[in-house]
Design a protein around this ligand. Structure first.
Ligand SMILES: N[C@H](CCC[C@H](N)C(=O)O)C(=O)O
Length: 302
């Protein structure tokens, strides 16, 4: 059978990187095993998430399907929503587009500065059964966790927020002071989180300035996590650690968060980048670059 070669875009939002397929004309369905092989940074293209842009059944600009590097499908990815929002705004020539996701309809709009995009991520969900948690907690600003081999008390009472996906946030005074790569996987799959959780270490280091490091569900450590930045901005404001407007500093760069008082929506602003264009043989999974991205385009201008 003739093998199928398929074009893709490699993008990132502050280093959180994606392979993006346009499946609006030609549907694409890959097994979780093939997705995981493509996501492998040694033997595949390598990515944190795989994003498939599909026609929206609701008639909005597009549907965005999200798979983590481990092949599991999830409902929300903030950094990817900014990247797809940028692609759609550039393609359609609008400065606001609507993207259907598993977590609902999200609006992406242009922000001052090149490649800077704002997404309205909708309202946070903060009730125990919306996170979800396996048992009832009256106050999700600090839930009690028994986590066996980890003896540091600060790692026992995280805040919990859902931004279309589950987040647990531990307040620390040094995000580099803990081996997140060691206890991230333990907590990601802790029984208190029946759907797993993205695990954050957060440090409010100045007024309305938060440093953040994330172990992502289904991936591991990433350079940035947009929904975690939203979740941390909400959790910090809920706990009166900050106002409703914060800058969240991730290893890959800053994300501006506003948890808007008027409608409870969370606005997230940050950069997007097209790294390169490529194509992959979906039989052999061999791939190659076929075109450049923003950096070389920028070079072309100067
Ligand atoms: N790992 C996340 C999905 C991607 C989130 C992240 N990349 C973002 O920008 O929000 C989860 O399993 O819920």
């Amino acid at each position: 059978m003739a093998s199928e070669t398929r074009p893709f875009l490699k993008m990132n939002g502050l280093g959180n990187d994606f392979v993006v397929w346009d499946a609006r004309e030609q549907p694409l369905r890959l097994s979780s095993d093939v997705i995981a092989r493509l996501g492998d940074r040694e033997s595949g293209i390598g990515f944190d998430q795989m994003i498939t842009v599909e026609r929206s059944s609701l008639g909005v600009d597009a549907f965005m399907r999200i798979h983590n590097q481990n092949g599991g499908e999830v409902s929300a990815c903030g950094n990817a929503t900014r990247c797809i929002g940028r692609l759609l705004m550039e393609e359609i020539g609008k400065d606001l587009v609507t993207i259907e996701t598993g977590a609902g309809l999200l609006h992406a709009f242009d922000s001052p500065g090149p490649r800077n995009v704002t997404v309205d991520m909708g309202p946070p969900r903060i009730r125990w059964d919306e996170i979800p948690l396996a048992e009832e907690f009256a106050d999700t600003r600090a839930i009690e966790l028994q986590i066996g081999p980890i003896d540091d008390p600060v790692l026992h009472t995280p805040a919990a927020v859902n931004m279309g996906n589950p987040h647990a946030i531990f307040w620390v005074d040094d995000v580099e002071g803990y081996e997140l790569e060691r206890f991230g996987p333990l907590l990601e799959l802790h029984p208190i989180f029946p759907e797993g959780a993205n695990i954050s270490l957060a440090h409010v280091f100045e007024e309305d300035q938060i440093r953040l490091k994330v172990w992502e569900r289904g991936v591991g450590l990433t350079l940035a996590c947009g929904t975690a930045a939203c979740a941390v901005g909400v959790a910090a404001a809920r706990d009166t650690k900050t106002s409703r407007r914060t800058t969240v500093h991730l290893p890959g760069g800053p994300i501006g968060i506003e948890w808007r008082e008027s409608d409870d929506h969370v606005l997230m602003t940050g950069l997007t980048e097209i790294e390169f264009e490529g194509e992959v043989d979906l039989e052999s999974l061999e791939w190659r670059k076929t075109g450049s991205g923003d950096a070389s385009a920028a070079g072309a201008v100067s």
